[in-house]
Design a protein around this ligand. Structure first.
Ligand SMILES: [Fe+2]
Length: 430
């Protein structure tokens, strides 16, 4: 893996770490402490956990002498079984202590110690690699902070705004068109010299039947047609597990939609807004995405189909840097919104690529063991009962995304900014 020179690493480190603190700046101390459901984490925990990652996987192997900021934090803010004791995920919201200001001190303390480490010539190539891994991990948690805080604020009858609403673009999108892709043997998986997670490798061949991808994401207007056509009442459209999920939870629309008389509104990070019919639908589960596709007479793409198309596109779109924190419509021609706006559910189960093995450092030794722990547990142990999502969304840092990047969540997940792109089989006429 190509790594940044140490002189480049520190500016990159500070800009990403400052972004985490900027994301929690609009929140109250109380906002930062609460966990709104077992799948989410308090903002305070995210800040502490990202600091913990650098302390455990970079400072502990390299700092001399190493002294943790607080011995008890080592289990409190860990999520890695391989690193020792952890605290139950669903009880993170019970940490009224330490206070947010102590967590901010922890964040600053780690930065000072990282600065001392990074200003020296690195002892080996593993130090910059572990630091870069920590930065990618931090960006993952930046996205989670926004998704989790959206869920928390949505539970409050005061419908608080995370940020004051600016005007979101509302141009009518172009009509949905189909883009043809020839079948054949195609390669997917990471091929470059930069950073990637182990689950993106090895690059390997996949056989694709000819297929078509929809030119844009499914919009709220499109999805409303499905609702009004009785989509949530028709069991024939749903996977049996999805139908059970729908019935037991009494779902009848995407998460965060609010019915106001005959109108629809939507809870967003910019407060409650009239539902933008032109914008991509988000916060749908895999079950809902699959049922919509079936109703439409299409299907969800496989991840290989998605990557084959996306690897031919420039990585650009509505990402977290835009500050909208909400998907926006596009009236551009061509295959649009593959990157940004909404994570796109694929029909591919999250599993290992052929020839995959959890990340291993090239050499043996204590530092290599740290790398194996830091990366190996990150992805390989999650390969059960989850589906792959691709492309990033409106709260994803742009740098996180590559054509080969694989996100993954259980089928029931809705609090992520997950949306729908349709696909279908394609037989060339004649
Ligand atoms: Fe993490």
């Amino acid at each position: 893996m190509m790594t940044l020179a140490p002189t480049m690493l520190w500016p990159k480190y500070t800009s990403i770490r400052k972004r985490t603190m900027a994301l929690i700046a609009p929140l109250s101390v109380e906002d930062c402490c609460v966990q709104s459901m077992p799948e989410t984490s308090p903002a305070k925990w995210h800040v502490a956990h990202t600091a913990w990652f650098f302390e455990t996987f970079v400072l502990e192997p390299y700092e001399v002498p190493f002294k943790p900021f607080h011995e008890t934090f080592r289990a409190m803010f860990s999520s890695y079984n391989a690193s020792g004791e952890t605290h139950p995920d669903s009880r993170r919201g019970l940490f009224t202590r330490p206070s947010l200001s102590v967590i901010q001190d922890y964040h600053r303390n780690i930065d000072e110690r990282m600065h001392r480490l990074l200003r020296l010539p690195p002892k080996d190539e593993m130090l910059p690699m572990l630091t870069i891994l920590g930065l990618h991990h931090e960006q993952q948690h930046q996205e989670l902070i926004l998704a989790d805080i959206k869920h928390l604020l949505s539970q409050n009858p005061l419908t608080p705004c995370y940020q004051m609403p600016g005007a979101l673009p509302s141009i009518p999108p172009g009509p949905l068109k189909w883009h043809d892709f020839e079948g054949g043997i195609r390669e997917i998986g990471y091929a470059g010299e930069g950073f990637c997670y182990d689950n993106e490798s090895p690059r390997h061949k996949e056989y694709l039947q000819p297929y078509q991808l929809a030119s844009r994401l499914v919009t709220n207007s499109d999805y409303l047609e499905f609702i009004e056509a009785g989509g949530y009442e028709n069991s024939a459209l749903w996977l049996s597990e999805g139908w059970d999920w729908l019935k037991s939870n009494q779902h009848s629309h995407p998460m965060y939609w609010l019915r106001k008389g005959v109108d629809w509104q939507e809870f967003t990070l910019n407060g409650v807004l009239p539902l933008s019919l032109n914008a991509p639908v988000v916060h749908v589960s895999y079950y809902e995405a699959d049922a919509y596709a079936r109703w439409f007479g299409a299907r969800l793409p496989t991840e290989a189909e998605w990557e084959n198309a996306a690897s031919q596109q420039r990585i650009a779109g509505n990402f977290g840097e835009n500050g909208h924190f909400h998907p926006i419509p596009s009236d551009a021609e061509g295959l649009v919104q593959l990157y940004g706006d909404a994570w796109e559910w694929t029909q591919s189960s999250y599993s290992a690529y052929p020839g995959y093995s959890p990340a291993k450092a090239k050499a043996d030794g204590p530092i290599s063991a740290v790398w194996d722990k830091a990366v190996g547990e990150y992805n390989s142990r999650s390969m059960v009962d989850q589906y792959v999502l691709r492309g990033g969304c409106c709260v994803t840092p742009l740098e996180r995304i590559r054509p080969s990047f694989r996100n993954f969540f259980p089928a029931r997940t809705r609090w992520q900014f997950s949306g729908i792109r349709l696909a279908r089989d394609f037989a060339k006429p004649g």
